[in-house]
Ligand binder design. Structure first.
Ligand code: LLP
Length: 436
């Protein structure tokens, strides 16, 4: 299927969303009108721009030009196969956190040797799966995990390539649920224990030490915490190497933020220009670099298209009830996160401008998508929830037995269905009635 951009008026891209733009009155992703996609596929509906993903990736690639670097897409942000395929084809590796994610990467054609495996609770079965697949590196998060991984690798006659995730104890100045590099987080090993734990790792027969890893949090909009974390990690690299253990790579994790609501994160290439300067100054410019970006590669490549079911005036509040809900878009309920909400048709009609809480149909007061939003809408109008490419579909659920939404990948004027709408039968497939 292909569609033409509407002719009227110059395209007006939405802030932070270079491939989501009004062409005349019609909101488009790349060259495709969202109203047409909603008519063809129903709502709620996720639409992703391939060019937006590749453009976001290109900023990192520019930042690393001439360096020995590997970009591992943190697929927890959006693990749909069609999205993984885009990054695998572009040469990315993947940061995984479960055996399931490993199976997805392999199904999407990803290269096992470019996979890094993060997470505090890897099971023996997941370790075996990853060792047999030949992944590039395990990011180990505790001393106990080192011992178990060494045993599992030895039992397979293999050596597991490892980095240890260190906790640099810097404040990323983001939401507490998504900051991970502080002392009271469950992630990584404490700075002061790192050297001793590396020495322990180097003594284990089933392991091969290849690197060091850190990740300080997510939706970081300032370069300072990265620069501070880099200093702390480089101090450790110096002391670990001085003790005779060489580190082939340094993994700086992910975490770069996107523009949800007038946020101004640095561009990936600008951030890395600063970080590389520091690496060079401190004499580590020749090391292989790894990074694990998730949100910044996909977040603003996606929108969720939804229909207004009812408008419901109230004494204290007016509600705009839409057909997308917290099962599709869990970030507002979980983190009070802000997602911009815009109409598919600018100036669509005669509805008055009203201040609404935009809410879903789920039976929870926490099922809201936007609060105090001024919209001119009536039942049947369609809206786009922006910045919905990261941590939306991958965190979606079937709560209230709602099927997961359709996902489309737009490439110019081409539209690919990368996930069909989930039916009630799909949801019940693994369940059994009992013989009563
Ligand atoms: N590496 C590790 C070890 C991580 O834990 C994460 C994210 C990433 C990389 C990727 O971070 P990013 O570049 O996407 O910021 N659900 C939350 C975000 C949780 C992030 C968890 N870890 C949200 O919706 O804001």
């Amino acid at each position: 299927m292909s569609q033409q951009p509407s002719a009227a008026g110059a395209a007006q891209a939405l802030p932070g969303h270079p491939f989501v733009a009004y062409h005349g009155a019609e909101l488009q992703v790349e060259n495709v009108r969202l109203s047409q996609l909603a008519a063809d596929h129903g709502t709620p509906l996720f639409v992703y721009s391939k060019s937006a993903m590749l453009t976001a990736l290109a900023a990192y690639q520019r930042g690393f030009a001439g360096r020995h670097a590997q970009i591992c897409y943190a697929m927890k942000a959006n693990s749909s196969l069609g999205v993984l395929q885009v990054f695998a084809t572009a040469g990315c590796g993947f940061d995984i956190v479960s055996g399931g994610e490993l199976e997805r990467v392999l199904a999407a054609g990803g290269d096992a040797a470019k996979i890094i495996f993060s997470g505090v609770g890897k099971t023996r079965a997941e370790m075996r799966l990853a060792l047999n697949a030949g992944i590039g590196c395990f990011n180990v998060e505790s001393e106990a995990e080192l011992d178990v991984l060494s045993q599992v690798a030895e039992s397979l006659g293999l050596r597991a390539p490892i980095s240890i995730r260190v906790n640099p104890n810097v404040d990323p100045k983001t939401h507490p649920y998504i900051s991970t590099g502080l002392k009271d987080n469950k992630f990584g090993v404490a700075h002061e224990d790192t050297l001793r734990i590396y020495q322990h790792a180097a003594s284990l027969k089933g392991l091969q030490v290849v690197g060091i890893d850190c990740h300080i949090g997510s939706q970081i909009t300032d370069a300072t915490p990265y620069l501070d974390a880099m200093d702390r990690v480089l101090d450790l690299v110096a002391s670990i190497e001085a003790s005779g253990i060489s580190l082939a790579h340094i993994d700086f994790g992910g975490g770069l933020g996107i523009n949800y609501n007038n946020d101004t994160p640095p561009a990936a290439d600008a951030l890395w220009a600063q970080l590389l300067r520091k690496l060079d100054e401190r004499g580590f410019g020749q090391k292989k670099l790894m990074i694990e970006p998730g949100r910044s590669l996909v977040g603003n490549a996606g929108v969720c298209v939804t229909e207004v079911l009812y408008v419901k005036p109230g004494e204290q509040k007016n509600f705009c009830i839409i057909d997308a809900a917290m099962n599709d878009l869990p970030r507002p309920a979980m983190y009070q996160a802000f997602h911009a909400i815009v109409p598919l048709l600018a100036k669509s009609g005669d509805a008055p401008e009203v201040r609404y809480d935009v809410v879903g149909p789920i039976c929870e007061s926490g099922d809201w998508i936007g609060r105090d939003r001024t919209l001119a809408v009536k039942a049947g109008d369609q809206l786009a929830v922006l910045s919905a490419g990261a941590y939306c579909m991958s965190m979606s659920s079937n709560y209230n037995t709602r099927g997961r939404a359709v996902e489309l990948l737009v490439d110019g004027a081409k539209v690919h269905v990368i996930r069909e709408r989930e039916s009630a039968a799909d949801q019940m497939r693994l369940e059994r009635l009992v013989a009563i």
